[in-house]
Design a protein around this ligand. Structure first.
Ligand code: ATP
Ligand code: MG
Length: 553
């Protein structure tokens, strides 16, 4: 169950609107452009829009604002729908597309022409920029501004019928070329684009601008609260101008909130696409990517991401959220839910010289604090593997693990003592010979204390597995801070691949199942490779936050 939801300023607005009887229930929407994969910033918007609808008994629409055929693709439509579902939300009604409304939007454009509030403009892109003015200088009127209604209608219809080349003409709103808000300086409503659209095919050769389409789509759908990020604040006057000018059947209101910025992370579709296109990562769903597809592949549970979105809240103040807050939510969830197992990531062979009892099956709880998760069987035998890092010939101060002549407890099993160390020609440790204190299964050794506990697997029974240790994709907190090439700040050690040996019971995991490898961290059975029969784990996160402390997280 998700935790209780505090009322942020948007939820307060919705609650007040309902209390005042302005609406029976809120209708919100999540409106991505299908030009890339969703990222963690979008999760904030998804949780907000779908969350408000759920909490107030309203509806939330899934709508693609698909006005730019050149940059959009069905692949993005499909991935976005899969991501929203994975996050745990269901939209009300069918999947909607702004392109479904192209006929209505076109009719609204003609209506604006009829009431003298839109005109056909002949300026090319460069001239238009020139005429637009600057923040300190007012703009100048386009010559097209003087056209009669009839002339505008005639030209606009001919634009639609394909008579003109791309860029020859545009349809623009007639508002105010000297407005201090540049968005009100006669914004473009329609452009000519002889392009196929992923939804409407070759039906159109003119496409409405995003700014024109978005408010009208909201109005057509009867959206009550149109929630978007702060960069759209300056667009609100045009949104309102449009809704008032056209007397649409519904009058949605736009409200802005601060976008999510996360340390060590990029939240820009365009820049993430660059990482994919230039091969810095293995794809949109690379487990290091902050895309929802990457986060899922990494093994972060959807519930932990929803919890994170709840914890960070919704305000109007721009800020950078510490990625440690996300890590905290992930650990909190996995600590409670992930069953435990042993996996040796850097195997070192150990012969238990006095063990002649053959194979012994030990039983351990799947989760110490949650008996309802059941028990697991761990085979114990004469040859085992421990982690190289749990043995030191010359131990540093405070070392509690195995040393020559020293003792350590094998987790869930016996205390052993290291009697002999075998080396290869280079002096590298290749094998240990140890003896078992057979009186120590579930009991303390006689007359001495053994502090260290290490994990292990039986050589004969363990299964080989590939373990991918992921770390932060970027080495610096804000990869965009210096305004230069953000790829210069990629963490060169963001992926390490190990050949591990795992407890045999783990063979029964399903793709996307998460486990805690004791003393190592949380790992997930890779959703694609595991389904393919390849035993590959991704590290979701380490047990403790040790970033920047000389060791990876
Ligand atoms: P990007 O800059 O990454 O391409 P975008 O805003 O162009 O993002 P859209 O597909 O248009 O991407 O976004 C859909 C919705 O998600 C919009 O309402 C947008 O405001 C919201 N959104 C995008 N990025 C963030 C973010 N970092 N935090 C919160 N909401 C976001
Ligand atoms: Mg956008």
């Amino acid at each position: 169950m998700d935790h209780e939801i505090p009322k942020d300023f948007l939820r307060q607005i919705v609650a007040e609107d309902l209390a005042a009887g302005r609406y029976a229930a809120p209708i919100t929407r999540f409106p991505p452009e299908p030009n890339g994969y969703l990222h963690i910033g979008h999760a904030k918007s998804i949780c907000l829009n779908f969350g408000i609808a759920e909490e107030f008994g309203g509806a939330c629409h899934m709508r693609f604002d698909d006005t730019n055929p050149a940059k959009e693709d069905q692949e993005y439509v499909d991935s976005i729908l899969a991501d929203v579902k994975w996050l745990g939300f269901n939209w009300t009604g069918p999947v909607r597309y702004a392109s479904d409304y192209f006929d209505q939007i076109y009719a609204y454009a003609e209506q604006l022409i009829q009431i003298g509030k839109a005109y056909v403009c002949d300026l090319n892109a460069e001239q238009m920029r020139e005429y637009r003015g600057t923040l300190t200088l007012p703009g100048r009127d386009s010559p097209g501004r003087q056209r009669s209604v009839d002339e505008n209608l005639d030209l606009f219809r001919r634009m639609r019928s394909g008579e003109f080349a791309e860029g020859a003409l545009t349809l623009r709103a007639r508002i105010d070329m000297s407005s201090p808000n540049i968005n009100l300086r006669d914004p473009v409503l329609y452009r000519i684009r002889h392009a196929e659209h992923h939804q409407t095919g070759g039906r159109w050769c003119i496409y409405p601008s995003y700014d024109f389409t978005h408010p009208l789509s909201d109005a057509i759908e009867g959206i009550t609260h149109s929630l978007c990020t702060l960069e759209f604040e300056d667009h609100r006057p045009f949104y309102d101008w449009l809704i008032q000018s056209l007397k649409t059947p519904a009058q949605p209101h736009q409200y802005e909130f601060a976008r999510l910025n996360l340390s060590y992370t990029l939240t820009s579709k365009r820049k993430l696409k660059q990482l994919v296109d230039q091969g810095f990562v293995e794809g949109w769903d690379d487990p290091r990517m902050p895309t929802l597809a990457g986060i899922r592949r990494r093994g972060i549970p959807a519930a932990a991401l929803r919890r994170f979105c709840q914890v960070i809240g919704v305000t109007r103040a721009d800020s950078m959220v510490d990625v440690a807050q996300l890590d905290f939510c992930v650990r909190e969830h996995l600590e409670a839910h992930a069953p435990r197992a042993m996996a040796v990531l850097r195997p070192l062979k150990v012969i238990l010289t006095n063990w002649d009892e053959g194979e012994l099956m030990l039983t351990a709880p799947a989760h110490q604090q949650r008996p309802e998760l059941g028990e697991r069987q761990i085979p114990f035998a004469k040859t085992i593997y421990i982690d190289r890092e749990d043995f030191a010939e010359v131990p540093p101060k405070g070392w509690k693990r195995l040393v020559p002549g020293g003792e350590v407890r094998l987790r869930q099993a016996y205390v052993i003592r290291c009697d002999e160390v075998l080396h290869d020609l280079e002096g590298r440790v290749i094998e240990l010979h140890c003896s078992v204190d057979k009186a120590t299964l579930g009991a303390n050794p006689e007359g001495r204390k053994v502090k260290g506990v290490i994990h292990w697997v039986s050589a004969e029974h363990a299964l080989p597995a590939t373990v991918r240790i992921y770390d932060r994709l970027f080495a610096v907190e804000d990869p965009e801070a210096d305004g230069g090439d953000f790829t210069a700040h990629l963490n060169p050690d963001s992926l390490q691949i190990l050949q591990a040996l795992i407890e045999p019971g783990l063979a029964s995991l399903s793709p996307e199942d998460a486990v805690q490898f004791e003393r190592e961290g949380y790992f997930v059975a890779d959703r694609l490779l595991w389904a393919n029969g390849e035993r590959v784990f991704n590290r979701i996160i380490g047990l403790k936050d040790s970033w920047g402390k000389g060791q990876s997280a």
